[in-house]
Design a protein around this ligand. Sequence first.
Ligand code: NTF
Length: 791
Amino acid sequence: MKTLEKASFKKAFIKKVEEVSGEDFSESTAQHQYEALSELVMEEITAEWAVNNSRLHKMEEKQIYFFSIEFLIGRLLKAYINNLGWDDVVPEVLCELGLDYEAIQAKEHDPALGNGGLGRLMACFLDSTAAMGFPGHGNGIRYKFGLFEQKIINNEQVEVADNWLKNGYPFEIAKPDKSVIVKYKGNVRTEMVNGKLVFIHENYEPVLAVPYDVPVQGYHNKTVNSLRLWSAQPVEDFDLSTFNQGHFLKAMQRRSEAEAISQILYPNDNGFEGKQLRLKQEYFFVCAGLKRIVRRYKKFNHGSMDGFSDKICIHINDTHPALCVPELMRILIDEENYEWDKAWDMTVKSISFTNHTVLPEALEKWPIDMVKELLPRVYQIIEEINRRFVNDMNWFYPDQEARNYSISILKDGHVHMAHLAIIGSHSVNGVAELHSKILREETFKDFYAVFPERFHSVTNGVTPRRFLMGSNPQLKTLLNETIGDSWTMPNKLSSLEALLPYAADAAFCEKLGAVKRRNKAHLAAYINKSQGIQLNPDSIFDIQVKRIHEYKRQLLNALHIMYLYNTLKAYPNMDFVPKTYIFAGKAAPSYYYAKEVIRLINVIADKVNNDTTVNDRLKVVFVPNFNVSVAEMIYPAAEISEQISTAGKEASGTGNMKFMMNGAITLGTMDGANVEIAEAVGMDNIFTFGLSDVEVANYNAHGGYRSLDIYESDPRIQEVLEQLINGFFSNTSTFQSIYDSLLIHNDTYFVLKDFASYADIHSASSAVYRDQKKMAANVGCQYCTLRNVLK
Ligand code: NTF
């Protein structure tokens, strides 16, 4: 990488600010400075980008394309600056100019093109792929409105549209010349041409897909990959002929129907909504993405698709892009004239698939009629894939009729997307060891019996560049001073093991504690400024941030805080380590129960924070609008990382890793990647509690457990549950639905069942915290765990 020369950068920056503002530098605002800095960064990156793109055209290396309906990339300005190796010069120059680097960064609207889990994973994959110098690219949708902005009003979540593009986005380049047409609806006609049956899709509704490319800059290397996001537009700007016939509204309607496709991200996480618009979105980025990839490959290969699967990997991130399977088949058969078997071989060899959830309500299945109507030719191909698959199965396993039916793509009037993805891929993976085991033994056990060689486990990872080096620069400096900086290089995070001896080094632990203290104070200042709540940075910062979902059990955390509050009230002089409980996360707008949990947390916060008899020892905060940039501020300030899902339900979790690399101790169930974290740190360096996945499964196999038994035997639980409905925390409304779910509907997520062991592990963690030395040693050990879970 070219090193940035300070004096010339300063000059260029001042000049650029004056260019973008049209004013003297002294008159410029943070917005102008942000725009200028972004332009300078893009000028640097685009030069390398062009070189990388021309390398790509030559197909020197195999290319991977990640197809995903979400890419939760976070702010890019600082990430680019760090990756370019400009992170020493830029802040220094800005400081000399009397400017505030943080305020400049804050001008970037955090692009929220994802819900959380699988979308953020994709962003981490892109970062790591580029850091390691591999050619890997993203392919998704350029939503006009990202995930809603969350406000908390009267303790409740209120959703506000996220108009992230309103001031423009400096890190994308529109490529209208590379637009393609996506065809919906219509009918398929067959014709014999030269003795061959040809399928003609006619009377379709065309939509224009326009690509916008965002550069994905490697770390201190010359790699610049691409994230391609497609925007939907009408094919003709305005349907003039319809208009001329006097149908003004109809002419407008065509336009808005096309634009609707990339208008908004569906705000669901771990849940399936069978809307036709969503299916349109799925086909939209699949069709457009494959078209460009095929075009580029053919250009390289003199017009032929032969050898495609040797050069191209198509990775489908969860089932939303599963239409890649029939669409690639369609291209190979209808457009490239391959025979079915050859086309199928090429398709399966090119495609791989990651599953991200075992929750049944999240598994996609589309009504056959909807698919048939919207994508008539694609549907025919799905039908044929299914027919051949079922035939094969019946031939090979004639005595397994029920099993053969259970794994077919088309059944119960629906297209089962996970089945399509597994049948059409050469590799299927879960995202943590436990999750992959559950896929093999439960969710997809019938497929595992047929294709054992396809199933793999790839434990999720997170990028240390964003979530450690970028978000916790003081920790980075301390680590560099202590063990050198080899750990900062891609794929070398395991060098952090060199820290192990320092776990017993008092001087190191003290410095580590000082970094944590500063990060806590920073977060406390943010919360004070934005919410007016004063926190004590010397209390334990115990944090649960993630989507709000019943299986993630924010409710367990909330009920436990209620119990702690009750205890403090009952025993005002008890020995109690001061605690600050911090929550953040969004609930899907239509998920009533999750929104009730948000309300409960906020109601508890109100009561506790305003009670002067306890609020010097207990505080509760719900930080609104959790997104990547808020996350980057929260992780470094945590001491306890709450990862408390019902065992067997969280596929992996990645927050657990982000907390851990910032020195927080995991307090969690043996679920998802927590299990591998526990193996790596050893049971002395993690607080685990609760039922195991096998115990949960056993209860479920017998119709669950009787939550009333727990209620009747545990007075702590009786007290908090009564408080849910007697107006204790809020005299305006109660939490009947939560109460009912726990007692009447038998507590599906085992909240009450795990309460006692959760309370025990919390008091154990407080005891460790009291012994600060032990805590610091624990924190030190956390760094040695990364080997297994991080790439
Ligand atoms: C999420 N799933 C899982 O819930 C997390 O456990 C996992 O860490 C991430 O994926 C990444 O693999 C989803 O986002 C979805 F939508 F599939 F449910």
